[in-house]
Design a binder for this molecule. Structure first.
Ligand SMILES: Cc1cc2nc3c(=O)[nH]c(=O)nc-3n(C[C@H](O)[C@H](O)[C@H](O)COP(=O)(O)OP(=O)(O)OC[C@H]3O[C@@H](n4cnc5c(N)ncnc54)[C@H](O)[C@@H]3O)c2cc1C
Length: 380
């Protein structure tokens, strides 16, 4: 087993780090404070090819694979988690869905423009009554000639008010349970698509999270993604990839917490010496560093399995569970190491603390990851 990243991957990581620290980090606190969508950050990421990480080169993508994408996402999220959420959803849920389940025509039509950032992609599965129990969704799609008419609403949709293309999951057969759900590629310029209420969130304030209204949106048959009635397994298998993305996000935030804590502990003096000299602080740093490394290893394992086209659902859940808990642990300890300063907006750890929280909630809560992992053993 090789624990060393290849030279190419190391160079990618280094380049992503330099870009994220110089271009994204200085803007992160401003977007957060103003609750302003990270549009400029997304444009800059597009210039780097970071909106085409899941897209094959033949469609104009940078095709970095799951491991390369994870390395980039760690660095982007280390600098700005709001940007990281947008980049992760666009790549690992929207682009990935078209790459894996799209027809040649769908790929030709959407992927080249998604890869350059001309189009921004979102993913609409959740509803007011269906979160963890995603299969209970009620947004409906009824056939009308060759078209489908979508009616209903979606909740919690990341950048649903900024996106051009949304993968929408709707019920095409009310009596078929999980087999009655279909995925649709919806263009947000179509009549009947409306982004509604914007959530006022604890963190990720530079990423908009909105309700969607679908009032008779007419979707042509050629925009059905995968087969009719196969939407639910598509949604679940996309979440396997998405969870590697969120694990990477959580690692990025955790690393930012560790770096800020090391810096502060070396600078802040109490009792005539830097607080880094105290055993209690050293223990925190050691624990944070160990957990970050464990999360990286689990996440890279899941990513490498995906890149080898091997099953990776359990591994992605383990990575997401470990990384999101690590992120919250590190954010809490980072605030503690900063003392009162950590509780103010003068230091970024206050933002990291708020941003980390959601990594245990979206793309499957901590409780759901445990369920997925346990079932993968108990159902053998
Ligand atoms: C900032 C943000 C962005 C998001 N972006 C998107 C997006 O782009 N697209 C999208 O489709 N969705 C998105 N979501 C929705 C997100 O995926 C859901 O919030 C998440 O799946 C949890 O669903 P819920 O909020 O309805 O919680 P619920 O499912 O109601 O869960 C509430 C609590 O009950 C627990 N629980 C539920 N079922 C079980 C069980 N069987 N066993 C044990 N415990 C259980 C949960 O773990 C949780 O602690 C986003 C959410 C947020 C907060």
């Amino acid at each position: 087993m090789d624990f060393e990243l290849s030279e190419d991957m190391q160079m990618l990581e280094q380049a992503a780090r330099e870009f994220a620290q110089s271009e994204l980090a200085p803007r992160a606190a401003i977007s957060d404070a103003n609750e302003e969508f990270v549009a400029e950050q997304i444009r800059l990421c597009a210039e780097q090819g970071f909106l085409g990480m899941a897209v094959p080169e033949e469609y104009g993508g940078s095709d970095l694979g799951a491991l390369g994408s994870s390395l980039v996402l760690i660095e982007v999220n280390n600098a700005c988690a709001s940007t990281g959420t947008t980049v992760s959803v666009h790549n690992s849920l929207t682009c990935e869905s078209l790459v894996r389940f799209g027809t040649d025509e769908q790929k030709q039509k959407y992927l080249p423009r998604l890869a350059t950032g001309e189009l921004l992609g979102a993913y609409a599965l959740s509803e007011a009554g269906s979160g963890s129990d995603a299969g209970s969704l009620v947004c409906k799609a009824e056939q009308d000639g060759d078209d489908w008419i979508l009616d209903g609403s979606k909740l919690w949709i990341s950048h649903g008010d900024q996106a051009d293309v949304v993968i929408v999951f709707a019920r095409t057969d009310p009596d078929a349970g999980n087999k009655g759900v279909t995925a649709f590629i919806v263009e947000t310029s179509w009549d009947g698509y409306k982004a509604g209420k914007k959530e006022l969130k604890m963190g990720l304030r530079g990423s908009s999270t909105v309700e969607l209204q679908l009032d008779g949106v007419r979707v042509p048959a050629e925009n059905v993604l995968g087969e009719v009635g196969r939407g639910f397994p598509i949604a679940l298998s996309l979440l396997d990839t998405g969870r590697i993305g969120i694990a990477s996000q959580a690692i990025g935030i955790a690393e930012a917490c560790l770096e800020a804590s090391v810096k502060y502990a070396g600078e802040r003096e109490q009792f005539g010496k830097p607080i880094a000299a105290f055993g209690a602080i050293q223990e925190k740093i050691a624990e944070m560093a160990m957990r970050v490394d464990a999360a990286r290893l689990l996440t890279f394992r899941a990513a490498v399995l995906k890149d080898k086209d091997q099953p990776h659902g359990r591994e992605a859940s383990m990575a997401k569970l470990m990384a999101s808990q690590t992120s919250n642990y590190c954010a809490k300890e980072a605030v503690q190491i900063h003392g009162g300063a950590g509780y103010t907006r003068d230091f970024p750890v206050e933002r990291y603390f708020r941003d980390a929280r959601v990594t245990e909630i979206y793309e499957g809560t901590t409780e759901i990851q445990r369920l997925v992992i346990a079932r993968s053993y108990l159902r053998k």
